[in-house]
Design a protein around this ligand. Structure first.
Ligand SMILES: [Zn+2]
Length: 159
């Protein structure tokens, strides 16, 4: 999944995720598009772009989201927790829980993590081996452009 770069992209992605969620809950193509004044064909295209193949009309089976679809929805929900900006120099401040040390925290798979760790891992699509440090000095920041993995795996450089 691409990280939204502009406010417009962000809002559009948010809308598309809502449409996907409605559809996966059992709405028809028309029903999923209705809150956004979108026609069936547009909804179909939005779903396909998110890797969801619309079911045939005669099928009564409700589609269950695939693990890949669930993951995408989770990732977008995660990015929605920060104030994203189009300017790569600016910080993406975490808007949800901030711990007593000033770091953003997010839950993922039922556990609480540093939001910056999740941001780095989601963005780079790999599991970190070191700590994640910021280059901007902003503890709330999760902008992947401001985060780098520490080569030093000891706790002293924890970021
Ligand atoms: Zn920053």
């Amino acid at each position: 999944m691409k990280t939204p770069r502009t406010k417009k992209q962000f809002l559009q992605q948010e809308r598309n995720i809502e449409i996907a969620a409605l559809y996966l809950k059992g709405e028809t193509l028309d029903g999923a598009g209705a809150p956004f004044d979108l026609k069936k064909e547009m909804v179909r295209r939005i779903l396909l772009r998110q890797g969801i193949t619309p079911r045939r009309h005669w099928s009564k089976a409700k589609p269950k989201p695939t693990p890949e679809e669930k993951r995408k929805i989770k990732e977008v929900r995660f990015w929605m927790g920060a104030a994203l900006t189009a300017d790569p120099n600016r910080c993406w401040e975490w808007l949800k829980y901030i711990d007593r040390n000033g770091y953003g925290r997010a839950s993922w798979d039922g556990k609480t993590h540093y939001a910056r760790h999740l941001a780095w891992e989601i963005y780079n699509n790999k599991v970190r081996t070191g700590f994640i440090l910021d280059s901007c000095g902003n503890r709330k920041c999760i902008n992947p452009a401001h985060l780098k993995e520490s080569a030093d795996k000891t706790r002293k450089n924890r970021g």
